[in-house]
Write a protein that binds this ligand. Structure first.
Ligand code: FA5
Length: 342
């Protein structure tokens, strides 16, 4: 029996030395020490021996077992060490290598509306304004009621609305976020809210049913139209990179009093008159005004103490003016030839 045990030990050590991975070592462990393993058989045979032989057999069987177990452990350790030894070779990567044709997917870019939105946000942040966000699916109160447009008021027809079957609506303007901002923050308050708005309108070269606006709002003590004009002039100078003259004409919106249409001097002809400005020298840019006392009251702000201004600018039209784009429908056309120009 001793010879068999020693032969088994030699065989096991050779197999361990030849093993190439952890799985092979585990298979050998089971072969020798598992429930039906070869050492189990040796111990069973040992039971049949005389007491003296048994004592002797116990020694050489245990010695063989220890030798094999040590070899298994040592080989396992060696595998672990070699796993990391050539890591720099196996996982080497040249981060400075240029891309290949197969891996180059083409560079993405921001949509021109997003680009101008970010620009406008930066300009207003530099003047201490916050950027507010609000839901595109709105309720009647935030889109109309709080803005001094009660149900059945004719001003509702100024903005044709997509009504949802649950009584909610797709916001027709970003003025709804004014209301949310005034409820959430007490004056002094300075904020803009850029975002997507929806109108139930037929489309043409200058009208979309889905477009983008940026709302602006400032509420504090003694805010007047002079503050509004100053902020507008800073915005336009930064966007168009030159001083732009502005003028105000009366305009009606139920949520401002007085309300205005803000015109800018025509950037194409410099104010001298051309087909773009219909030879007037002025181009209509955005509606604005002093926040109506009823709106302040609806938002929990005392109009005898505070006043404010608000404006709502169409971002699509701003981009169109900047780049001379002649049709608003390009923006949502998905036409890459158009988009890749920006
Ligand atoms: C409003 O939406 C008001 N909430 C703006 C406002 C805010 C006034 C605060 C006073 C105080 P209006 O419907 O005129 O107003 O839209 C504002 C701008 O959105 C327009 O000047 C225009 O640039 C843009 N706009 C309006 N309708 C469309 C449309 N169908 N397609 C593209 N742009 C549009």
């Amino acid at each position: 029996m001793q010879e068999t045990v020693q032969a088994t030990q030699q065989e096991a050590l050779a197999a361990i030395a030849a093993a190439t991975d952890d799985a092979a070592l585990e298979a050998l462990r089971i072969e020798y020490f598992g429930k039906k393993g070869r050492f189990r058989a040796f111990f069973q045979e040992m039971g049949k021996l005389s007491p003296e032989e048994k004592a002797q057999a116990g020694q050489y069987i245990n010695a063989a077992r220890t030798a094999i177990e040590e070899a298994l452990t040592a080989r396992k350790e060696a595998f672990k060490a070699s796993q990391f030894a050539d890591l720099d070779q196996k996982e080497w990567l040249d981060v400075t290598a240029p891309g290949t044709r197969e891996t180059h997917l083409g560079r993405g870019r921001l949509h021109p509306l997003t680009q101008i939105q970010y620009e406008v946000e930066d300009i207003f942040r530099s003047m201490g304004f916050n950027v507010f966000d609000g839901p595109q699916v709105e309720d009647d109160f935030h889109n109309f009621g709080a803005l001094n447009i009660p149900a059945d008021h004719p001003a509702r027809d100024m903005q044709d609305t997509f009504w949802l079957t649950n009584g909610r609506l797709l916001r027709t303007h970003t003025s709804s976020v004014q209301v949310r901002a005034m409820h959430a923050h007490k004056p002094p308050l300075r904020g803009i809210s850029p975002g997507r708005v929806f109108r139930y309108e037929a489309t043409d070269a200058s009208h979309e049913n889905t477009f983008y606006q940026v709302e602006g709002l400032m509420v504090d003590k003694n805010i007047s139209v002079a503050n509004l004009i100053y902020v507008m002039k800073v915005l336009l100078r930064e966007i168009f990179q030159k001083d732009v003259e502005v003028r105000l004409r009366p305009g009606f919106f139920p949520f401002v009093e007085p309300g205005f249409e803000l015109d800018i001097s025509c950037l194409i002809c410099g104010g001298g008159g051309c087909p773009v400005c219909k030879h007037e020298g002025w181009v209509e840019l955005l509606p604005c005004g002093a926040v109506h006392p009823n709106v302040l009251r609806n938002c929990g702000i005392d109009p005898t103490e505070y006043s404010g201004f608000a404006f709502g600018m169409g971002l699509n039209r701003l981009v169109m003016m900047r780049y001379g784009i002649d049709d608003i429908r390009h923006f949502q056309s998905g036409n890459l030839e158009f988009l890749e120009q920006f």
